[in-house]
Structure formats: structure tokens, C-alpha cells
Design a protein around this ligand. Structure first.
Ligand code: HEM
Length: 405
């Protein structure tokens, strides 16, 4: 039995912290877990102390209890893990809502993101991947795989699905980079949001006049024609879909390529057994835990795994730590494509569990299997220790991935 922590006598380390290597969890998580408690304290950039949850069961307890732990981002009790999230907190999309608003906005979209629906997008995603690899192979190596492949795959895929003109995908890439990048200032991310918001509002007006067959056109019919949402609310929702699926999946593809380049045995096995790709992708999602540090605040006096938590306290769910809980995943720092990793929390858990997870899986599977089939001699153009990781206050990812073949 681990004794509860008293707020006043804790040395709370800083959050977030950098990762020492692309395949490791953020430094400091091992120390937070060392006392044996799944819950401890950390200090955010603004000096606020919050709870951090590093155990798998405790993480699920918080994420599933949306009455006890709120996601409402424009509530002052919501913990911001970086200054630019003060801008994000002014946004009204369902990622930052509790029921009933969350349910009202998310439910009509679920049928558009099923496994079956995503399977129907696979040929389109395959064409996007093939086209980008044709362009890549026409270049002289060395090439940075991030802008040439990892970033355009998800951005072109979500533009294709939503029915956003292809020609505009580089505009979205730039804006969403400014929104999620760890080093972006508050002003920069606020401006980037404003840019996409005004673009989306214009596009919605155009689709209102002339309906196409993309998801955004369906959303105009479901939400606007019925009077369920205003044009601004719908544009906020479309913006969420665009931004949430961009850099997350791009980082997962770039880091996925890096992970497999460093593991020739897995790569060879994948070459012999192509269906292994779905296990490889689940294990990559677990090991890499791209979206770490999911924030909530307690709505009432409660407890997490026996630790008393007061109403209004901030809580950060450390996904990367929970995905390495030895009670659930043995030898968790090892990349093992034969384990059953699907219980991982890389897409969250509970009512906010990632809406785009089936899309992300399809993109990762197609991108990773095709790149190694088309370019079997693919290799890093720099020593692995020179690969620079993104700022820890953003999503986990690499700044650049120079490759040759
Ligand atoms: C590897 C790629 C991805 C990862 C690791 C990821 C991770 C996550 C996580 C952890 C959450 C839960 C956040 C919370 O509980 O507060 C989430 C929510 C969400 N994700 Fe993803 N995501 C990925 C790709 C995508 C894609 C491709 C889309 C495309 C539409 C998407 C759309 C969303 C949306 C709309 C939500 C909000 C769901 C809600 O609040 O009900 N994500 N994602």
C-alpha cells in the first residue's frame, strides 16, 4: 500500500521533460514511478502544481470518468501544459467539451469514422502514398522524409476525406505546424488558428451553395441544414478534424520509419509476412506514444488509485508512462511486434478516445509497408544520434529525417 501524497511536502519536478532518445519515454517518468505510486505531482511552466498519472489502470480510471474529470478547455481550472494552450483553450470544439455538448457534436460523426468507412478510403490513401514516393524517387538523395512524405500523407488524406481542395494542403500543413509546434508562441498559434478558421468558414459557405461528396459536405447537411450547429461552430469542428489528424499521424509515420530503419530484423520479417504490419503499427503506437500528457481537471473531491484529489486540481495523464506499465506490458522498452499491444492508451480512452484512430492506423499501415517495399535500400543519411527530436511541449516527433537509398 502506497501512502497518499500531502500537497505541501512534495518536490514536484517540471513537466514536460525531453526524451533522451526517440524510442524512450520522457526522462523523469521512471523517477515519478519509482516510489510505486501511479499518481504523483509535477510543476507546469506557469508554476502550477498538478497530479500526474503514470500507471495504466489509474490512467484508465481518469479517462473513463468524464464526470469526475473534465475536458473543458476554456475553464480556468483546466491545466495548460504550454503557453500556447491558453490560445487553444478559447477554441470551442468537442475535444474540449464534456457531455452533453460533447455527445451532441461527436455522435453524428462516428459513423463517418468506422473501420468499414476507413477501409473504403484505403485505395485513395494508397494512391497518395504512391504518388509521393514517385516524386521522392525522382529526387536526388539525400531527402528529408518529413516534408517529402510523412507530413503530406495525412494532410492530403484528410483533405481528400473532408473534400478540401488538394491545392490547399500545404497551407494547412504550415498552419497546423504553427499550432502544435512546441516552440510556437501564443501569438503565432492564435494567428494560425485564425487563418484556418477564416479559410474553413469560406469553404463552408462555398459548400452550402454547391454540395460535393466529401465529409465536410455531409457535415454541412447534418449540422447546418438541421440548424444543429452555427457556421462558426461547424468551422471549429472541421478545424479540429484537420488539425488533430495532421501532425499526430505525420510524427507517427516519420518515427515509425526511423524505428524500423533501426530494426532490420523486424523489417525483414515484415517483408516476408506483410500482414504483420497491423501488429507493427499497434506496437509503434504503444512504444512511441506520440500524444503524451492528456490534461483534465477534477470536478469534485475524488481519488485516483487511492490518492485523494481535490475539486479543481489539474490532472495530466502520462500516456507514454501508462503504455510502459509492467503490470500490463512486459519488457515495455522493447519493440516487440508479436505482443498484443492493442490495449495501449496511445489514442486515449473513454468518450474522447481518438475519433480518427482507424484513419491513423490505415495511413500508418499503408505508408510504412509501401515505403519499405518500394525503397528496400532506404537508410538514414546521418548517424541516428544526430536526429533531433521536437520540443517536449508538443507532440513527440522528429524535426527532420534525412534519408538516402
Ligand atoms: C497516430 C495518430 C494519432 C494519435 C496518436 C492521436 C491521439 C489522440 C488522443 C490521445 C486523443 C484523446 C485526447 C483526450 O482524451 O483529451 C485524440 C482525440 C481526437 N483525435 Fe486523434 N490521434 C491521432 C490521429 C488522429 C486523426 C488521423 C484524426 C482525424 C480526424 C484524429 C482526430 C481526433 C479527434 C477529432 C479527437 C477528439 C475526440 C473527442 O474529443 O471525442 N486523430 N487523439
Amino acid at each position: 500500500m502506497v501512502s497518499p501524497i500531502n500537497h505541501d511536502d512534495v518536490q514536484a519536478p517540471e513537466f514536460p521533460t525531453a526524451r533522451g532518445c526517440p524510442f524512450a519515454e520522457p526522462s523523469g517518468y521512471a523517477t515519478l514511478r519509482a516510489g510505486g505510486a501511479p499518481v504523483s505531482r509535477v510543476t507546469l511552466y506557469d508554476g502550477r502544481q498538478v497530479w500526474i498519472v503514470t500507471g495504466y489502470e489509474a490512467a484508465r480510471q481518469v479517462l473513463v470518468d468524464n464526470e469526475g474529470f473534465s475536458s473543458v478547455r476554456n475553464d480556468p481550472r483546466f491545466p495548460a501544459t504550454a503557453p500556447r494552450f491558453a490560445a487553444a483553450s478559447k477554441i470551442r470544439n468537442f475535444l474540449g467539451m464534456d457531455p452533453p455538448d460533447h455527445t451532441r457534436q461527436r455522435r453524428p460523426l462516428t459513423s463517418s469514422f468506422t473501420v468499414k468507412r476507413m477501409a473504403s478510403y484505403r485505395p485513395g490513401i494508397q494512391r497518395i502514398v504512391d504518388g509521393l514516393l514517385d516524386d521522392l524517387l525522382a529526387k536526388e538523395p539525400t531527402v528529408d522524409l518529413v516534408p517529402a512524405f510523412a507530413l503530406p500523407v495525412p494532410s492530403m488524406a484528410i483533405c481528400h476525406i473532408l473534400g478540401v481542395p488538394y491545392a490547399d494542403h500545404s497551407f494547412f500543413e504550415e498552419q497546423s505546424r504553427r499550432i502544435v509546434h512546441g516552440e510556437s508562441s501564443l501569438e503565432e498559434s492564435t494567428q494560425a488558428f485564425a487563418n484556418i478558421r477564416s479559410y474553413m468558414a469560406d469553404l463552408i459557405d462555398a459548400k452550402r451553395r454547391e454540395r460535393g461528396d466529401g465529409l465536410l459536405d455531409e457535415m454541412v447537411t447534418i449540422f447546418l441544414d438541421s440548424g444543429e450547429l452555427t457556421r462558426d461552430e461547424l468551422s471549429e469542428m472541421a478545424l479540429l478534424l484537420l488539425v488533430a489528424g495532421h501532425e499526430t499521424t505525420a510524427n507517427a509515420i516519420a518515427l515509425g520509419v526511423l524505428t524500423l530503419l533501426e530494426r532490420p530484423v523486424v523489417r525483414n520479417e515484415l517483408g516476408r509476412t506483410p500482414p504483420l504490419i497491423s501488429n507493427v503499427v499497434e506496437e509503434l503506437l504503444r512504444l512511441l506514444s506520440i500524444a503524451d500528457g492528456v490534461p483534465r481537471f477534477a470536478t469534485r473531491d475524488t481519488e485516483i488509485a487511492g490518492q485523494p484529489v481535490a475539486a479543481g486540481d489539474g490532472v495530466i495523464v502520462a500516456i507514454a508512462a501508462s503504455n510502459r506499465d509492467t503490470a500490463v506490458f512486459s519488457d515495455p522498452d522493447t519493440f516487440d511486434p508479436h505482443r498484443s499491444a492493442r490495449r495501449h492508451l496511445a489514442f486515449g480512452y473513454g468518450i474522447h478516445q481518438c475519433l480518427g484512430q482507424n484513419l491513423a492506423r490505415a495511413e500508418m499501415e499503408i505508408a510504412l509497408s509501401t515505403v519499405f517495399t518500394r525503397i528496400p535500400t532506404l537508410r538514414l543519411a546521418v548517424p541516428p544520434e544526430e536526429i533531433q527530436l521536437k520540443h517536449p511541449a508538443g507532440l513527440h516527433g522528429v524535426v527532420a529525417l534525412p534519408v538516402t537509398w
